[in-house]
Design a protein around this ligand. Structure first.
Ligand code: GDP
Ligand code: MG
Length: 470
């Protein structure tokens, strides 16, 4: 989806005049891209009408204020962006556990969707944020289910509960939750089975488990209900089937949040978009790999922004913070730099180096602005090659250039307006075997990181800002 949408939008930026023809062509390409990535047909046609109306209205307004073509392009791009965001934003607050209370989470979804893996990822996520977290295995249907959870939990050092002999999942869930509730755990995550001989049996079991572990009711986002803690785990690779499947689950085991898994690899995200629209339920996380760290917080704007190749700085910083949590020494260093609001090219180089060591490169690369979404289709190798080129660029810089904020590479005219990159930039491009354009990209990234650091540094530092986001 990303590559195709990105292509459509860059067609737009190449067009010299933005007229009906250009807009129609863009919409056509946009709809084709959405359909291709399994977004429901009805949704796509609704979206088309909405974008068209919005573009028309916004263009009229732009014209009134004497809008130039460049401005019109922004208007069109913004309309597309806003409507895509609206598609994945059901307008409700996403679920968030409260420290000091017992938060019971229950994962539902079909077998193989990624429930057991996601439960452990979630546990790690909350544990890192200072919540006492544990796991309960209420899957007695699948052979080896408890062993799998046990293995995951042990690896992540998360306390767990389960049984080899008890065959009633409802009894295990009730016992496990009761035990951990008494031990005052903050977050108790219940993993369930995903398959039965009859679908109705599965649904009955889920309802019974959810009734058995029913947590003390408490207000949550203005509402009082258990559904806010039942999470549907949805495999992105099931495509168009996502809509029907999520509806069926919603009708029986009402859930208040969705986690979409397997968004790495070749999965298309369109099914997930349809599921959100069909159930009016927010996605809270995305699963982006088999590793326990491969869990990303979902937010509509960065998700779409990334889809369109516009980057996700917030997500990038958050990911770095997350990695730093696992390494307190690095955390201190990074916190200091970011809190001072100082960010040089040397710092960005260090971050690029860290990113190289962070695992799934294509995933992280997609968060960096200016990394085209299409690049991700090339997978790990291409992402790694691209990151290496950025590091080569910094290797070709001199010490004073590394310690600068990047302005050193810019020429200015007499009245102080930037006129482009100077000879230093050309030297660096030559020396690193890259292009001036790539040097420019790197400088823009470092500038954006500096901007984020400054912004956050003003208010008690980035660290506490991130911690508040939890
Ligand atoms: P369950 O039957 O719903 O509990 O699913 P599991 O957690 O056992 O996962 C089924 C398979 O999907 C396992 O091989 C997991 O490693 C894999 N898996 C789960 N989540 C992801 C993900 O986000 N990305 C990828 N690539 N694989 C995943
Ligand atoms: Mg499982």
């Amino acid at each position: 989806l990303g590559a195709r949408l990105h292509g459509a939008l860059s067609q737009l930026s190449k067009a010299s005049v933005v007229d009906d023809k250009v807009i129609d062509a863009l919409l056509k390409e946009l709809c084709a891209a959405l359909l291709e990535s399994d977004v429901n047909v009805k949704l796509v046609s609704q979206l088309r009408t909405k974008v068209k109306t919005k573009v028309k209205k916004n263009l009229e307004e732009a014209e009134k204020t004497g809008g130039r073509e460049a401005n019109k392009k922004n208007v069109v791009q913004k309309a597309v962006f806003d409507e895509l965001v609206a598609l994945v934003d059901p307008g409700t607050e996403p679920y968030k556990p409260i420290k000091g209370k017992t938060n019971v989470l229950m994962a539902v979804g079909i077998q193989g969707a990624g429930k057991t893996t996601t439960c452990t990822k979630l546990a790690v996520h909350y544990q890192r944020r200072g919540l006492r977290t544990c796991l309960v295995c209420a899957d007695t249907f699948r052979a080896g289910a408890f062993d799998q959870l046990k293995q995951n939990a042990t690896k992540a050092k998360i306390p767990f509960y389960g049984s080899y002999t008890e065959t009633d999942p409802v009894a295990i869930a009730a016992l496990g939750v009761e035990k951990f509730r008494k031990e005052r755990f903050d977050v108790i995550i219940v993993d369930t089975s995903g398959r039965h001989k009859q679908e109705s049996e599965l649904f009955e079991e889920m309802v019974a488990i959810s009734a058995a572990v029913k947590p003390v009711r408490r207000p949550l986002g203005g509402r009082c209900s258990l559904q806010d803690m039942t999470i549907m785990v949805l495999d992105a690779s099931i495509g168009q089937a996502a809509e029907a499947q999520s509806r069926a689950f919603k009708d029986s085991a009402d859930f208040g949040a969705i986690i979409v898994t397997k968004l790495d690899g070749h999965a298309k995200g369109g099914g997930a978009i349809s599921a959100v629209a069909a159930t009016k339920t927010p996605i809270i996380f995305l699963g982006t790999g088999e590793h326990l760290n491969d869990l990303e917080r979902f937010a509509p704007q960065p998700f779409i922004s990334k889809l369109l190749g516009m980057g996700d700085m917030q997500g990038l910083v958050e990911h770095m913070q997350d990695m730093a949590r696992a390494n307190p020494e690095r955390q201190k260093e990074m916190a200091k730099k970011l809190e001072q609001g100082k960010f040089s090219i040397r710092d960005w180089r260090e971050q690029l180096g860290n990113i190289m060591g962070m695992g799934s490169l294509s995933k992280i690369a997609s968060m960096i602005p200016g990394m085209p979404a299409g690049m991700l289709d090339g997978g790990e190798e291409e992402a790694s090659a691209k990151l290496k080129r950025m590091i080569f660029i910094t290797d070709a810089m001199r010490q004073d250039e590394l310690d600068s904020d990047g302005l050193i590479f810019v020429s200015f005219d007499k009245s102080g307006n930037p006129t482009g990159l100077n000879r230093r930039a050309k030297r660096v491009a030559r020396g690193s075997g890259t292009s001036v354009r790539e040097v420019e990209e790197l400088l823009a990234q470092a500038r954006m990181m500096a901007g984020m650091a400054r912004q956050a540094g003003g208010q008690n530092g980035l660290m506490s800002a991130m911690q508040k986001m939890q």
